[in-house]
Design a protein around this ligand. Structure first.
Ligand code: AMP
Length: 634
């Protein structure tokens, strides 16, 4: 690790109050804090206690003086052929209109607003408007279907939902409203109002009188609104973002205000090197944490223009991302390895077709970055490709290359080193001791977690402590649930999850959630879902199901029909994002004598590896059924 960075990191660990006290100057405080850190109730960390600030003020208002006419938000949709740029002044006006409409509907500080929207500018206005008035936003990824959405509504209990008639994917209209209506009807806590952006994509959109309101009508009503920022104590909640774990019920990751703003501002400086006046382009979606941190808040807090892109990397052709870089003079780009693997199949000439001279770095995160992909894009672009490793829970990188502090030589396949503020340890899963060089251990963080990391699980402090801080025997440390190793030069490598979470094209899914969706199909008695390695997406879910009536799958036609039906069940409940690549049918699942499904063995067989220790298996023939199913014999 570079000596300069080592010193920087060391200081953040040995003197967190001094270090973060300095970083706090990167944002505006309405009232100064009295203490940098209150860690009197471990593992709950309170940062910048007593300080008052506002995320929307830092992202928008603060820039009105120096850069009112500079682009702030650039919305590009290759799906609808739309492009519109908003200056900071225009963004401010739109956010004020939206904040006024929310207040007009009775939304106050601390109320939740659920945002279920495609990648359109209004989604950004809604997020920032919540921040402005102290409402807590809960953005739900537009690819989730009614059942997932209903779970999130019931947990967050929003007063208001903001949505749209439809999104568009690969030229196909994807209606949001029917899924939303279904979710609301399933929910125990339906919202009082739904505000709908009508893009004119779904002409059949139905509205519920008294509940559903039109965005444009409300916007016009509040055209000249000026809504003051509500100053919040640093530790008050700013947002909830649900993420998958080992149980079927996703956890609401809760983030604060002050620590969040400081952490993102610091990361823009020390990691991403994004400067005011430049353009940041993240290809993520606002439904994911990358979208929250590095489409909305991070770049705007830094005074950069940010791009919201509705479209794929290959439409209208494989040069679209680079065309955007050229047109908007993008300096920092953030994407996922999957997108690059998709581009690898395109004509490499696209990488040379556009003027990319403004581009300084390409950051990639969300899933392991394999060496061939890293090498391909690195050579093609001739720019540093920076792998960074983090999670919804942390909100910003745990491991990366701190480009703003020191450009340390990179090794393909490694996301680099622990970032400042993170006291990372690799611990043996049962002894909890630190493992040695090149030995596999659980990636753990010694608390307090730095600013910007989750403050708790929404409404459930106990679940926060139990889930994250009590899984490593005898030690109160935060578990990332990832395996990692560190080589002799101090470079870290991430080896995959320790739990039943899988990563499909950079999207995190709990196998339990998919299993629950499949089990709701009346034909299915039992099911196991595992993640199987995939060249393009990293992993794909594959299901092995036991049916109630074996006659249904006696023929090949019967099996194919049922497979299609099971996939449809998942589409309707979870969304196509959770749809298994295959559903195989068996009469029993491989289990231990105590009844635990041997997922790792099933996964190993699917990936052509040795199934491992089988001494506890109840019925060995179950594994043969898995093999037969894969060979198409069942
Ligand atoms: P999410 O919370 O959806 O962002 O997913 C976080 C998980 O994605 C991590 O716990 C890792 O398993 C995986 N992940 C994220 N970034 C990387 C990376 N750069 N390399 C390897 N795995 C990653």
């Amino acid at each position: 690790m570079g000596a300069k960075y080592q010193q920087f990191h060391q200081r953040s660990i040995s003197d967190p109050e001094g270090f973060w006290g300095e970083q706090s100057g990167l944002i505006h405080w309405n009232k100064p804090f009295s203490r940098v850190l209150d860690y009197s109730r471990p593992p709950f960390a309170k940062w910048f206690v007593g300080g008052e600030t506002n995320l929307c003020y830092n992202a928008v208002d603060r820039h009105l003086k120096d850069r009112p006419d500079q682009n702030a938000l650039i919305f590009i949709s290759t799906e609808t052929d739309t492009e519109k740029a908003y200056s900071f002044r225009e963004l401010h006006a739109e956010v004020n209109r939206c904040a006024a409409m929310m207040q007009g509907l009775g939304v106050c500080k601390g109320d939740r607003v659920l945002i279920y929207m495609p990648m359109i500018a209004e989604a950004c206005f809604a997020i920032l408007a919540c921040a402005r008035i102290g409402a807590i936003h809960s953005v739900v990824f537009g690819g989730f279907a009614s059942h997932s959405l209903a779970n999130r509504i019931d947990d967050a209990k929003p007063k208001l939902i903001i949505s749209a008639d439809a999104g568009s994917r690969v030229g196909k209209v994807v209606s949001y409203k029917p899924l939303l209506d279904e979710a609301i009807s399933l929910s125990k806590f339906p919202p009082k109002h739904v505000v709908l952006v009508n893009r004119g994509l779904d002409k059949t959109m139905e509205r519920t009188a008294g509940r559903d309101l039109d965005w444009e009508e409300l916007r016009t009503k509040h055209m000249n609104a000026q809504v003051p920022c509500v100053w919040l104590e640093s530790n008050e909640p700013s947002y909830i973002l649900y993420t998958s774990g080992t149980t079927g019920l996703p956890k609401g990751v809760q983030r604060d205000v002050g620590g969040h703003a400081v952490a993102l501002a610091a990361s823009m400086k020390h990691i991403y090197c994004g400067n005011a006046g430049e353009t940041y382009f993240s290809t993520s979606d606002i439904g994911w944490v990358v979208g929250h941190s590095y489409i909305i808040y991070g770049p705007l807090i830094a005074g950069m223009a940010t791009i919201m892109y509705e479209g794929t990397p290959v439409r209208p052709d494989g040069g679209i991302l680079w065309k955007i870089v050229e047109k908007y003079k993008v300096s920092v780009m953030f994407s996922a390895p999957t997108a690059i693997r998709v581009l690898k199949k395109q004509d490499p000439a696209f990488l040379k077709k556009y003027d990319l001279s403004t581009l300084k770095f390409l950051f990639l995160a969300g899933e392991p970055l394999d060496q061939p992909t890293a090498q391909w894009i690195s050579e093609g672009l001739g720019r540093p490709i920076i792998d960074n490793y983090w999670q919804t829970e942390t909100g910003w990188p745990i491991l990366a290359n701190p480009m703003g502090v020191e450009d340390i030589p990179r090794k393909f396949g490694s996301p680099g080193f622990p970032m400042y503020g993170y006291n990372v340890k690799l611990l043996h899963e049962s002894t909890s001791e630190e493992v040695g060089t090149d030995e596999k251990g659980v990636v753990a963080i010694v608390p307090p977690l730095p600013p910007g990391c989750m403050s708790t699980v929404w409404g459930n402090d106990e679940r926060f402590v139990k889930t994250y801080f009590e899984t490593i025997p005898g030690k109160m440390v935060y578990s990332t649930f990832d395996w990692g190793i560190r080589d002799k030069d101090g470079y870290y490598f991430i080896l995959g999850r320790t739990d039943d979470v899988i990563n499909v094209a950079g999207h995190r899914l709990g196998t339990r959630e998919i299993e629950e969706a499949i089990s709701s199909n009346p034909a299915v008695a039992e099911v196991a879902v595992i993640g199987v390695a995939d060249q393009l997406k990293g992993q794909v879910p594959v299901a092995f199901a036991v049916v109630k009536d074996p006659a249904q799958i006696a023929s090949r036609e019967g099996r194919m029909k049922l497979e299609g039906e099971v996939m449809k069940t998942v589409d309707l409940q979870l969304g196509a994002i959770g749809r298994p690549a295959r559903v195989h049918f068996v009469t029993i699942l491989p289990k231990t004598r105590s009844g635990k499904v041997l997922r790792r063995s099933i996964q190993a067989i699917c990936e052509g590896r040795d199934p491992g220790d089988l001494t506890t298996i109840e019925d060995v023939s179950a594994l043969q059924q898995v093999r037969d199913a894969l060979a198409g014999k069942a």
